[in-house]
Ligand binder design. Structure first.
Ligand code: PLP
Length: 371
């Protein structure tokens, strides 16, 4: 029996069974969704069904969904395709937002990891050029949820446009309550396949393609559609809508783990604990225990977690998110991210804590010898 424990759902969520089945069925069908013959029309139908499911996550009309090859591309399309020359992004955005344009201005965050709304308002007021502002709904490293409605009001008053990276919030928070001009989604964070995402546009929001060629996606994203991937995204979107809820149980499991961890390691720091957070996410530093060491020890015990943001590469660098929150480098270097999913239970976090306690015992025994 597989005894491994997966606590890295913010990096990617396991593909749901119904998603895999629907994708296999789609892969077995021939046809290009742009072809006008029957084979093509059947593929088109699959794409449009999925589009409606993804649109429903935001309560948007289906035609406002632009399928992309993931959240990274959706963020790039939003920031580079909006036509706005002035771009303001929060300091805790995913690298696919931070690096999408040259010369973006960086809005600060508080020590709790929440965008400093007064600071943002000041930045907007400092220049009359209307800006595109990008603020994520929930942070991938800390889970901190941003006051998007307050931010939307500030941006609107300044004549700006608001984009929100909702990649981590999807399936965990309702997305349809926010007035944003554009929102990015990624299938693999909600149990869909990797390499598929979407930019969902607000009413009358034009976007210029960054990938040019054919006229697919109403001229907003060229390239033959990844029909099987899009089908999988659609099924995952439907399932998270149908199965919404369960946050209270998830938060209870996360809070139990955090309080036990604090009992075991009283000097541990929980980032973003003073702000509203996604129920499944915990970013914890145990001073003196470097993230790599913890991750390796946990991996040997069959437990998967990550250090800061796992999506960029295997290397562990100091997280720009924790830096922006003012964390000292030596503490930030010890931060690991534990992200639960629907299949986890209390015994999973108990095993995590036991493993970290064993690691600390071993490290303490080794230190006098090394001295
Ligand atoms: N935005 C956030 C907040 C993320 O966490 C990620 C991936 O981890 C992305 C964007 C990128 O999405 P994708 O992996 O689909 O390119």
């Amino acid at each position: 029996m597989n005894n491994e424990i997966y606590l890295d759902h913010n990096a990617t969520a396991p593909v749901r069974e119904a998603v895999a089945e629907a994708m296999m069925a789609a892969l077995r069908q021939a046809g290009n969704a742009s072809s006008i013959h029957g084979f093509g029309r059947r593929q088109r139908q699959l794409v449009e069904t999925a589009r409606a499911e993804v649109a429903a996550l935001l309560g948007a009309p289906p035609q406002n969904v632009v399928f992309t090859a993931g959240g990274t591309e959706a963020n790039n399309l939003a920031l580079r395709g909006s036509g706005r020359r002035r771009v303001i992004v929060s300091a805790i955005e995913h690298l696919s937002v931070l690096q999408a344009t040259d010369g973006a201005e960086i809005a600060p965050v508080t020590a709790a990891g929440v965008v400093d709304t007064e600071g943002l308002a000041g930045m907007l007021a400092a220049d009359s050029e209307p800006a595109l502002v990008s603020v994520m709904l929930a942070n991938n490293e800390t889970g901190v949820v941003q006051p998007l409605d307050v931010i939307a009001g500030i941006v609107e008053q300044a004549g700006g446009l608001l984009h929100s990276d909702m990649v981590q919030a999807a399936g965990r928070l309702p997305l349809d309550r926010h007035a944003v001009a554009m929102a990015s989604l990624s299938a693999h964070k909600i149990g869909g396949p990797q390499g598929v995402g979407a930019l969902v546009l607000g009413r009358n929001m034009p976007v210029s393609p960054i990938i040019r060629g054919g006229g697919q996606e109403r001229g907003r994203r060229a390239g033959t559609e990844n029909v099987a991937g899009i089908v999988g995204f659609g099924v995952a979107a439907r399932l998270v809508r149908e199965q919404a809820g369960g946050n209270a149980a998830m938060a209870r499991m996360r809070d139990r783990m955090e309080s036990r961890l604090l009992q075991a390691f009283p000097d541990a720091v929980i980032f973003g604990a003073d702000a509203p957070r996604l129920a499944n996410t915990s970013c914890i530093a145990i001073p003196g225990m470097r993230a790599e060491t913890q991750i390796m020890a946990l991996d040997l015990a069959g437990i998967a977690v990550s250090a800061g943001s796992a999506c960029s590469s295997g290397k562990v660098t100091t997280s720009h998110v924790l830096q922006a929150m003012g964390a000292a480098a030596e503490v930030a270097q010890c931060a690991i991210r534990i992200s639960f999913g629907p299949g986890n239970c209390d015994t999973d976090s108990d095993r995590l804590i036991e493993t970290l306690l064993t690691l600390r015992g071993r490290t303490a025994r080794q230190k006098p010898e090394a001295a």
